[in-house]
Design a binder for this molecule. Structure first.
Ligand SMILES: C[S@@+](CC[C@H](N)C(=O)[O-])C[C@H]1O[C@@H](n2cnc3c(N)ncnc32)[C@H](O)[C@@H]1O
Length: 355
């Protein structure tokens, strides 16, 4: 296990899950690998209820015979004071961490425990401090390698005035960027902004559409987020059907609501790289999740291209937007007959792929 914060949490999981009567929860977020989770899960005498917001993680765990609930960290089904322990390897997004800590303060039994683990540079010490003030109970702290921290915080008499700002995590809200308004919520990629790459794709889309002999009737929005590409494309084309897919629970919820407004027929599908999606599409739009570069997310890049190739109609067009430095064309050429540069600006390029 390379994640030393998760190693600290696993040791706690192993030690503190021996009572079969306990009602425990383990929150899993984006920076956890299914291999590490499965390994840690197998060391627990009584596996807590696992909750994750990533569909691909849930599916990978299923293959490893570990059951997890796919949800946007929705605690609404849990009564106040009903849970014995919550285990949480902190997330990258502050609103998610604050949401989990606030909900833990509500659902844990008096004396129940929240185990928080993370690195110093992820803000672990600050989160532990804030949670301790809110919980107002005892705190047991452990340090691990590379400035990793773990704290087991007991619920005392909760200080309601110390609740953390979770940006109303569970709620969808309208956000306006320039003259574009959309429904969205925290817990997903760039939830309160328009991605500059996607914006560039939409600016250039009319030029591509003008060059086509036939107007596309079906659209696949691969890695749809809150649905920006689908919503904007629907302003240009009257599709017979829009299919939008993502692996993130918050993104799927937001996209579903946004596409209701577009008044075109649509399906929003929870999936890992469109694996369960059948049929072929005239137009596929994708701003893939590998902006950190090929070395980091190499397999994901390959999967997005392979799935696009499978799902693209013989005469269809797929447009990818990526950062300039990503050699997408090289990878695409191993799959597609025609790969061309549709447009570029100072930061991004649009790559057109045809079968
Ligand atoms: C760069 S964002 C683009 C979001 C949106 N299309 C936009 O233009 O704003 C990439 C999206 O891919 C999604 N994603 C990451 N891994 C995925 C996977 N394995 N399967 C499906 N979607 C995934 C992320 O949740 C994120 O919404």
């Amino acid at each position: 296990m390379n994640d030393l914060a998760l190693t600290l949490l696993s040791t706690t999981l192993q030690k503190n899950t021996t009572n079969p009567d306990d009602n425990n929860i383990w929150i899993l977020d984006e920076n956890i690998s299914s291999t590490d989770v499965a390994y840690a899960a197998n060391t627990c005498s009584n596996l807590p209820t696992l909750i994750c917001n990533r569909f691909d993680l849930q599916q990978e765990l299923k293959e490893k015979k570990v059951t997890a609930i796919f949800s946007d960290f929705d605690f609404s089904g849990y009564e106040d004071n009903s849970i014995d322990q919550i285990f949480f390897r902190i997330s990258k997004e502050k609103a998610v961490v604050h949401h989990v800590i606030n909900q833990a303060a509500r659902v844990l039994k008096p004396g129940g425990k929240l185990a928080l683990a993370g690195y110093k540079n992820e803000g672990a010490k600050t989160y532990i401090d804030k949670a301790s003030k809110l919980f107002n109970g005892s705190v047991e702290k452990t340090k691990g390698g590379q400035s990793s921290h773990l704290a087991i915080i007991s619920k005392g008499s909760v200080n309601a005035d110390k609740l953390l700002d979770d940006k109303n995590y569970g709620e969808l809200r309208n956000v306006t960027c320039e003259d574009f308004t959309f429904l969205t919520k925290p817990g997903q990629f760039g939830w309160n902004k328009v991605d500059k790459g996607s914006e560039f794709l939409i600016q250039q889309l009319p030029t591509l559409l003008n060059q086509l002999h036939k107007v596309p009737t079906t659209l696949l929005d691969l890695g749809c987020g809150y649905g920006y590409l689908s919503m904007m494309a629907a302003k240009l084309v009257n599709f017979e059907k829009i299919t939008a897919t993502d692996n993130n629970a918050a993104a799927l919820r937001s996209c579903e609501e946004n596409l209701k407004v577009s008044k075109q027929e649509f399906d929003v599908i929870e999936d890992n790289c469109a694996h369960s999606i059948r049929g072929r599409f005239d137009l596929i739009l994708c701003n893939p999740p590998f902006h950190k570069g090929f070395s980091v997310e190499n397999n994901l890049t390959q999967l997005f291209l392979e799935q696009t190739h499978k799902r693209l109609h013989a005469k269809g067009n797929a447009v990818f937007v990526v950062n300039q430095f990503i050699p997408l064309e090289q990878k695409a050429q191993t799959l597609f007959d025609k790969v061309s540069l549709l447009a570029k600006n100072d930061s991004f390029k649009l790559v057109l792929c045809k079968r």
